[in-house]
Write a protein that binds this ligand. Structure first.
Ligand SMILES: [Zn+2]
Length: 239
C-alpha cells in the first residue's frame, strides 16, 4: 500500500454520467465544452488513460501501481455518451468503460443497442449497471441473479462476447451483492467513493471519483487525478 501521510493512494477511476446539455434533472451532467477541457488537460499532463482491465491486470500482477494512470467510466448509458463523449475520447485515443442498464436501453435519452454495439466495436468496454438500475442494498437476495446475472446475459447476447464489469447503481452494494457478482462471473465492480476506506483496492468495490462541470478547473482536476481520494475529500470539506 502506498501512503501519503494518512492518505492511501488509489488509482483514479473517473465516474461520469451525462456529457451534454443540462436537463435540469438529478443526473450529474458535464457540458461537452467542460468535458473537452478536462480531457485536453489529461492529455497535456501526459496521464496514461488505461482500460479497467489493464488497471486490474497491473494490480493482479503485483507490480507496483504506475502513477499518472487514469481510468474513465460512464454510468447509465445515455445517448450523449455514444454521440458526444465517446467521439471526444476516440479522437484522443483514450479508452473508456460504459455501464449500461438493459431495462433502459433505447428509452428516450438512452443509447440504443445499435449505438452500444458500435461503441463496443470501437473498443469501448461495455459493462452492466444492473437490469433495472436498482439500488442493490434494497434488492432482496433472491433478485440479485436477475439484476446482476440477467443484465449480463442480455448484454452478452447483444454484443456476442463476455461482459466482465459491473457498476453498482448509486454506488450501493452489500456483501451479498459482491458475492453474487463474483459468483456470476464478473471480474470486478465499481462503486462511488463510498467504498470501505480501510482497504486500498477492493475489486468488487472499486472506488470512483464523481466528475462535475467544475473539474475543468485545473486545480480541481489535478486533485481528482492525484489518486488521493481521502485527501481530496478533506480538501472539499467546507471550512
Ligand atoms: Zn446509474
Amino acid at each position: 500500500m502506498i501512503r501519503m501521510g494518512r492518505f492511501a493512494y488509489h488509482p483514479p477511476i473517473l465516474a461520469y454520467h451525462r456529457v451534454g446539455a443540462f436537463h435540469g434533472d438529478h443526473v450529474p451532467t458535464v457540458s461537452p465544452e467542460a468535458f473537452k477541457q478536462q480531457m485536453a488537460l489529461v492529455a497535456r499532463w501526459r496521464y496514461r488513460v488505461v482500460a479497467l482491465s489493464e488497471l486490474l491486470a497491473q494490480l493482479d500482477s503485483g507490480e507496483s501501481i504506475r502513477r499518472r494512470e487514469v481510468v474513465i467510466t460512464f454510468d447509465d448509458g445515455y445517448q450523449e455518451t455514444a454521440q458526444i463523449a465517446w467521439p471526444i475520447l476516440k479522437s484522443l485515443g483514450f479508452p473508456a468503460t460504459v455501464f449500461v442498464t438493459p431495462g433502459e436501453v433505447g428509452l428516450s435519452g438512452f443509447a440504443t443497442w445499435d449505438e452500444i454495439a458500435a461503441m463496443d466495436r470501437d473498443g469501448v468496454t461495455i459493462g452492466s449497471h444492473t437490469m433495472h438500475h436498482s439500488f442493490l442494498p434494497l434488492v432482496p437476495d433472491a433478485r440479485l441473479p436477475e439484476e446482476l446475472g440477467e443484465s449480463k446475459r442480455v448484454i452478452e447476447t447483444h454484443l456476442g462476447h463476455p461482459i466482465e464489469w459491473l457498476s453498482y447503481p448509486i454506488g450501493g452494494y452489500t456483501p451479498q451483492a459482491q458475492a453474487a457478482a463474483r459468483q456470476l462471473g464478473y471480474r470486478g465492480a465499481c462503486t462511488t467513493n463510498r467504498a470501505d476506506r480501510r482497504r486500498q483496492v477492493d475489486r468488487f468495490a472499486l472506488r470512483r471519483i464523481k466528475m462535475t462541470e467544475r473539474d475543468a478547473h485545473p486545480l480541481l482536476l489535478r486533485a481528482k487525478l492525484s489518486g488521493y481520494y481521502d485527501a481530496f475529500r478533506t480538501l472539499r470539506a467546507p471550512g
